[in-house]
Design a protein around this ligand. Structure first.
Ligand code: GDP
Ligand code: IMO
Ligand code: MG
Length: 423
């Protein structure tokens, strides 16, 4: 069997958590391959709402095995909060969830460094989630990181060395901090972490594939936040793209199967950085209001705008997307007309190619389509789709060259329509 990958094609928060939960019954294993608690993946079912940060979104579907892969960065404090909250609501994860020994640990000083680097950037700050993601990946790449497997041997010494290096940097930045308070909680949380099985996940996953088991890899963030291909430097610090699943799980490219690319019927972004189709008017406010566009982790207001096909085509190319999933169509239910950015105009030149830098000169070129002005939230089949909605998805499919297989019409698990089921 192969690993299917589900990943975001925009700037994150596309609805990955919801769809992973919906697709999990078709898989034996669900795994995260990058990112960390900067992610906030929301799932709704049975009148309950859950937000997952480090734990894969397959955790609620009938005792499936869930794996936190080597490419993930893990904060023991936030992991403990997340796992304990789930245990309180009746989901004991200790038997279902395994953690790669090669996943890197977010230290208390990583969080402090994240804040210190942001403060040092002043107006040019990225607007990170403040979870220590950048500094932890920096330490991984510069060969200074601590891994989950290090907990098994000589940990205290490795911790002291790593912390000492951070303290030198913080002094250099002249940044005031107090690590002692966080440190006690962190070490307590490490003891809690040891309740979970630490595994050589690359062996486990490859063996599962050989045994014919199916694996779904759940991306975090989105392609436009990828450290190589996103709107650098306003990006996260990991490879959020499909190739990240290979390095973040230890699987060969030929073992990638379907690639599910997920996008909102419009577009949002949280944090700083360019966003060509951003709306600063009443329409942008309306998208935010109807879509409840507030960060699942930070509560920050998400910036809203029209869908951007230049960025989406680019994301589809980079990831080799085989199936598209369109989320939050219901948010557009009441719009008279809907705009779709089909090209960029840069210094008077029109282009459909995503540029090196989405600078201020980028001006979106829009096509305008009629809205469907119908409440779609109770629909259960594509046969019920209004004509204008069909025209909208046909237009997108034609422009993007990939079929839209799933349409989401509300936050609940049930509000999901699989298209062309008979095929
Ligand atoms: P993720 O990070 O990609 O998992 O997405 P988030 O959970 O951060 O943000 C998606 C938000 O949209 C969550 O609040 C979901 O409950 C909600 N959501 C998901 N799908 C739909 C949908 O089709 N319609 C509406 N109205 N909300 C949705
Ligand atoms: P999910 O998985 C949306 C953004 C931050 C910031 C930039 C860098 O829920 O889609 P970081 O803390 O990663 O160093 O921040 O990336 N960002 C996200 N935006 N959804 C996310 O995750 C994000 N994770 C990080 O807002 O602009
Ligand atoms: Mg999110």
């Amino acid at each position: 069997m192969k690993v299917d990958v589900l990943l975001g094609l925009q700037w994150g928060d596309e609805g990955k958590g919801k769809v992973v939960d919906v697709l999990t019954p078709g898989y034996d294993v669900v795994t995260r391959f990058q990112g960390g608690p900067n992610a906030g993946h929301t799932l709704e079912f049975g009148g309950q709402k859950y937000v997952l940060r480090s734990i894969p979104s397959g955790i609620f579907q009938g005792g499936k095995m869930n794996i936190i892969g080597n490419g993930v960065v893990l904060d023991p404090i936030l992991f403990r909060q997340e796992a304990e909250a789930l245990a309180e609501s009746g989901h004991d994860l200790t038997k279902q969830l395994c953690i790669s020994k090669k996943a890197h640990l977010i230290m208390p000083t990583h969080r402090i460094l994240d804040a210190a680097y942001e403060a040092a950037k002043g107006d040019a700050k990225v607007g990170t989630t403040g979870k220590g993601i950048g500094p932890t990946y920096t330490d991984k790449i510069s060969r200074n990181g601590l891994r989950v497997g290090d907990l098994l041997f000589g940990f205290d010494e490795k911790y002291a060395i790593a912390k000492g290096k951070h303290e030198v940097i913080l002094q250099g930045l002249n940044y005031k901090y107090d690590v002692a308070a966080l440190e006690k909680e962190w070490f307590d949380a490490l003891e809690y972490l040891k309740k979970f099985k630490f595994i050589d996940s690359e062996h486990v996953i490859n063996n599962l594939l050989k045994e014919g088991k199916s694996v779904l890899a759940e991306g975090a963030q989105g392609t436009m936040l990828d450290v190589d291909f996103g709107s650098y430097p306003f990006v996260t610090s990991s490879n959020t793209i499909c190739a990240g699943a290979c390095s973040g799980l230890g699987i060969a490219p030929r073992n990638i199967g379907e690639v599910y690319g997920i996008f909102k019927a419009y577009c949002t972004r949280v944090g700083a950085g360019p966003f060509p189709t951003e709306l600063f008017d009443e329409t942008g406010d309306k998208l935010g209001r109807l879509g409840h566009e507030f960060g699942a982790v930070t509560g920050r207001k998400r910036r809203c705008g029209w869908i951007d096909l230049v960025a989406l085509r680019y994301a589809i190319m980079i990831n080799g997307v085989t199936n598209l999933i369109m989320m939050k169509s219901d948010v557009l239910d009441s719009f008279e007309t809907i705009k779709v950015c089909v090209a960029y105009k840069i210094n008077g030149q029109e282009t459909e190619e995503f540029p090196f830098d989405i600078c201020e000169e980028v001006e979106p070129v829009y096509a305008e389509l009629p809205g469907w002005r119908t409440d779609m939230t109770q629909m259960i089949s594509e046969d019920e789709f209004p004509e204008e909605f069909n025209a909208y998805i046909n237009f997108l499919e034609e422009e993007l060259g990939v079929p839209i297989k799933i349409v989401s019409v509300g936050p609940d698990r049930e509000q999901t329509i699989i298209r062309n089921e008979e095929e």
